[in-house]
Design a protein around this ligand. Structure first.
Ligand code: NAX
Length: 324
């Protein structure tokens, strides 16, 4: 079996340090993997150290490791690009500075993907602001079909699953049809309207006050809570969600269930066409499909619209900056 060529950006960062080992140890299945570690020049020595540890783990599925500071080299012939590296917001930056710094990264990487990536490329953006970074990369890669780009909302989905499992006492494996809508930000909406626990409607098992006052804010602000507790942002759980999202995209969602993925909107559920927004999606054979026809109640409508409005503001900002 030919190896799956996976490029990981931000390879020497804290998510990279967890993600690379999950990919090399069979996180995507039993196909051998070749890893391309992309970093900025100043952090290449750290990436070398990570590569040494990957080698020292003697993973049976790891068929090769390459380190690069040139995205064209890292993406050359790649089947999967996991775009994790991004510029974090520092105290001296306003929102425009953040979008502009990340815009520079994701325009360059979009162009490099367009030039160099393999014909089967799938691009999953974890680096924040993930949805808008995915939009910028997609627009700068006009020869790659739009549906090959997505942004990570699987961590939000997994956080929601875990909270519902804790509340109901059911294992996560007994919960399905949960959806995260919108942006990977505090405006995201984790929708339990269609979720089931052991086949029963989730909303018959929990009361509305818990959903509104406890569940939704806990899921939406989980990243901040982890920073407060750990003194560093979510890393292992973000890596785990990135693996889950990539595995399901390539391998498919279980029959009868769906997952949450931020994908390019076709106008479904009133989300403006072209925005990269989280939807309920099923996947099979490397393709995703938005689950259509779900009833959206007025509460959900309001929450979805608020998150999508934020995405539209981000899109307008990167448009004004000339990034798309
Ligand atoms: P770190 O700061 O530990 O690592 C980021 C790495 O990216 C650094 O090593 C840096 O040198 C590298 N980098 C920066 N620019 C690069 C470029 N142009 N090419 C290649 N590498 C580059 O951050 P980490 O904790 O690993 O988080 C990475 C990103 O994930 C951040 O943007 C973070 O906000 C985002 N997150 C996204 C989540 C999601 O669910 N979508 C959750 C976790 C996380 O907050």
């Amino acid at each position: 079996m030919s190896p799956l060529r996976i490029a990981v950006t931000g390879a020497a960062g804290q998510i990279g340090y967890s993600l690379l080992f999950r990919l090399a140890s069979g996180g995507l299945g039993d196909r051998p993997v070749e890893l391309r570690l992309l970093e900025v020049p100043s952090t290449l020595p750290k990436a070398e150290g990570v590569a040494m540890e990957l080698l020292d783990s003697a993973f049976p599925l790891l068929s090769g490791i390459e380190i690069a500071d040139d995205p064209r080299r890292a993406f050359d012939g790649a089947d999967l690009a996991l775009l994790v590296g991004a510029r974090p917001r520092t105290a001296d930056m306003n929102r425009g500075d953040l979008l502009s710094a990340n815009g520079a990264i994701f325009t360059e990487q979009g162009r490099a993907l367009n030039e160099a990536a393999g014909a089967d490329i799938r691009v999953l953006v974890t680096g924040n602001p993930a949805n808008t970074n995915a939009l910028v990369a997609r627009v700068n890669a006009p020869d790659i079909p739009a549906e090959r780009f997505s942004a990570l909302t699987r961590l939000d989905h997994n956080r929601a699953l875990a909270q519902l499992a804790l509340k109901t006492g059911a294992p996560v494996t007994e919960i399905d049809r949960l959806t995260v809508w919108g942006n990977h930000s505090a405006t995201q909406y984790a929708d339990l309207t269609h979720a089931r626990v052991r086949g029963q409607d989730a909303l018959d098992l929990v009361d509305r006050a818990w959903v509104v006052d406890d569940f939704l804010p806990t899921v939406a602000h989980r990243g901040t809570a982890v920073i407060q507790a750990r003194g560093a942002s979510s890393a292992a759980s973000a890596a785990s969600a990135t693996v889950d999202a990539a595995r399901d995209w390539l391998g498919g969602t279980p029959a009868g269930d769906w997952t949450s993925m931020a994908v390019v909107s076709d106008g479904s559920y009133g989300v403006a066409e072209g925005l990269v927004s989280s939807f309920p999606v099923t996947t099979s054979n490397g393709r995703w499909r938005i689950v259509e026809g779900l009833d959206i109640d007025p509460f959900s409508r309001e929450r979805i619209d608020a998150s999508v409005a934020e995405l539209a503001v981000e899109r307008d900002a990167v448009r004004q900056l000339g990034l798309i």
